[in-house]
Design a protein around this ligand. Structure first.
Ligand code: BGC
Length: 247
């Protein structure tokens, strides 16, 4: 009997769900997804969580939810790319009320980082590791010797006078039609600024764009190692399931 946990990853444009096999260290089957409802309020999003969870009748029990916010003991503290009415909400209590099952909430980049450090690109790496996810916003997860320092929020760091996620997220790349050299020039400045503050041994670059790492990797430079996320756009779902399993 395998140990299977359901993970959800809530993004600015879509919500992904998948079943994770804790023994095999990977997804079982494909991810499914639904558009993030607008406005992205608790009342609009909880039915989407329920609809996605119903598609995995095999996974009962605690589910993990990777959420694009600072999360303290299950409480949502920020809302950069979702509706502000989430602020102050007790995520697990809402899921228990509407879906009738326990849930663990954690920051989405922290979830992606947990998956990568445990099973992916950061596996076995000691020292300081920074996971950076490029999506609607920029998420970061900070690890030292495999241990997470939660809610690092370095996507809001100011770079060249602008908030980093307003300057070099994947969304900005497409919205401003930046080619690889133009976008990577910004990424290099951003990574350089984080390097000067945290001296990481390794940056892991995540988000869907990491699937195209080979196209832009020659343009990247940093004194730290840089690796693409092994799980690319699946990392958040896998990390959420890991958190649900308490692993
Ligand atoms: C949020 C972070 C989140 C990141 C990626 C940022 O705007 O503040 O909490 O990790 O977006 O979704």
């Amino acid at each position: 009997m395998t140990r299977q946990f359901l993970g959800l990853d809530v993004g600015g444009s879509s919500i992904k769900a998948g079943l994770v096999d804790l023994d095999a260290g990977r997804l079982l089957g494909d991810l499914i997804s639904a558009p993030t409802p607008q406005p992205a309020t608790p009342a609009n999003m909880l039915p989407v969580f329920a609809g996605l969870a119903d598609r995995f009748p095999g996974a009962q029990g605690r589910m993990g939810i990777a959420f694009p916010s600072v999360i303290q003991q299950g409480t949502v503290r920020t809302a950069a790319n979702i509706d502000r009415s989430w602020i102050g909400a007790d995520g697990p209590a809402l899921v228990q009320r509407d879906l009738g099952r326990p849930a663990v909430f954690l920051n989405d980049a922290d979830a992606a980082g947990v998956a990568e450090v445990k099973w992916g690109a950061g596996r076995g790496t000691n020292g300081t590791v920074i996971m950076v996810t490029f999506g609607t916003g920029i998420g970061t997860a900070l690890f030292t010797d495999g241990k997470l320092f939660p809610n690092s929020e370095l996507g809001h760091m100011e770079v060249r006078g602008v908030e980093a996620e307003k300057w070099t997220s994947a969304h900005v790349r497409t919205a401003q039609k930046l080619d690889w050299p133009a976008w990577i020039e910004r990424v290099n400045v951003y990574l350089g600024q984080m390097y000067g503050l945290f001296w990481p041994d390794l940056f892991i670059l995540g988000g869907a764009v990491s699937e195209r790492f080979n196209e832009f990797a020659p343009l990247l430079h940093s004194p730290a190692q840089i690796r693409p996320a092994h799980f690319a756009g699946q990392a958040g779902v896998i990390g959420a399931a890991l958190a649900a399993a308490g692993a």
